[in-house]
Write a protein that binds this ligand. Sequence first.
Ligand code: FAD
Ligand code: NAI
Length: 485
Amino acid sequence: MSEKNDYDVIVIGGGPGGYPTAIRAAQLGMTTLCIDGWVNKDGSPSFGGTCLNAGCIPSKALLESSELYHRAQHELHLHGIGVGKLDLDIGRMQARKQAVSRANAGGVKLLFQANRVTGMHGHGRLLGNGQVGFMALDGTQERTFSAKHIIIATGSAPVELTSLAPFDGKQVVDSWGALDFEVVPKRLGIIGSGIIGIELGSVWSRLGAQTVIFEALPDFLPAVDKQIASEALRAFAKQGLDVRLGSEVVDVKVNKKGVSVQSNVGGQNTSESFDKLIVAVGRRPYTDGLDCSAAGVEIDVRGFVKIDANYRTTAKGVYAVGDVTGGAMLAHKAIEEGVVLAEQLAGQKSEVNYQAVPSVIYTAPELAWVGLTEEQARQAGHEVKVGTSSFLANGRARAMEQAVGTVKIISDAKSDRILGVHMIGPYVSELLAEAVLALEFAATSADIQLTMHAHPTLSETLHEAALAVDGHAIHSANKPTRKSE
Ligand code: FAD
Ligand code: NAI
């Protein structure tokens, strides 16, 4: 337990928004305390927030395991490999997932030690006048700390459909519950075909669950470029994911056998039974118990902490970063905001480029994008050039038995500056870094055309798409497209 009461910086929340802020502030010479209240289901406290404990990392561990199972079933024979009858040990798969998460979260503690950040497990609340109240997790020890700068990084929590499908932690679960199933549900229902619905639907569907996803909107993944989203929908349908667009869940009843879900499509009601129902309809900013109003920190109508361009809240000396502030609810966006804020507090000129925030959906094939979609570019008044290339023409993808998907590059017709890159295909999450760098450096499609890409690599498809922007593609019949409408 820390004996010190005054700090330069106190960060409330130790997720991707909070812990990097604390580390960067300490690296820049500020005395820093990070208070975090995360408690795992077994009662153990842990830094790392949603991302490391119940989000990014455990979901990617299960996506990896389930994909290996799927490929062993459906692909290994194509390589001439026979494995006999496959075994599925969910207990072991879950134990591995937990070990991966715990290793990452444990790493935060070590980073705190290495950077002289004081990390404390407990609840923090704003007392006003540069003070923070701290309650230990066992509720016994109340202390007051003060700091020049207080940073709110309290993150987000799943939206609950309280009157339609309240969480019971057994049959109707949130994303955390859906990461912890101990047996594969025979029939799995999911409300919401957003990123969580698609990623976790993929996990359990690959492991054998008959999976139905109810989506109220008529469009699939509306934030994604239309061409890429419709290719994704076709790929997921082929894998057996039953995504029902324009399907509104109107009634949910939990019974001994499972969950009965009534949905309405075009005025017609149908009822179906599931073993489990995942509700994945978005996340809400989390400020419960923070006492924002007492400290003069205003929140907006949707519950997000109001901030200006420099992360300042409406209370002097109080700042906020990450999911609790709105915008993209992504770990890397939270990390960048925290680091930039710490640097600003140290007097440095530092800022986040919100035009180049990457997004990834870790399904198979993966989706990855940065910048404007073709539709957004046109709406913004650009005359655009579009180049696409298919992984069908990529030797490495074929050798990997993963020749599915497309890379699409949108550039401004006059300046050739790249406005957006949208991809579906194998490991496009890893190809995305080149596209983000292109946007950061205001690169043109000619810049990528002139850059040599190793052969045979998946990145050659990105190169080909850049060549296709001007009709130079070597390995595909893509015609150059110049579109003004
Ligand atoms: P959080 O990670 O939520 O951290 C907030 C922390 O503050 C928590 O530890 C919380 O306990 C603590 N806290 C809250 N109030 C208090 C208080 N009063 N006192 C002390 N502590 C407090 N994003 C990606 O970029 N890539 C992905 O692949 C990805 N996968 C995801 C998968 C799932 C299933 C989910 C649910 C989310 C995923 N996300 C992903 C989103 C990502 O997890 C969040 O964007 C990220 O965690 C936000 O970081 P944060 O620090 O703002 O909030
Ligand atoms: P989301 O906002 O991505 O999707 C929610 C979906 O639910 C939307 O399509 C919405 O139309 C639908 N919906 C809302 N209410 C509904 C209702 N009553 N009935 C039917 N459908 C309804 O939210 P999701 O999937 O819960 O994810 C939350 C956040 O977590 C995302 O914003 C994302 O930023 C983050 N995340 C990121 C990941 C990644 O980067 N790979 C992975 C998982 C989560």
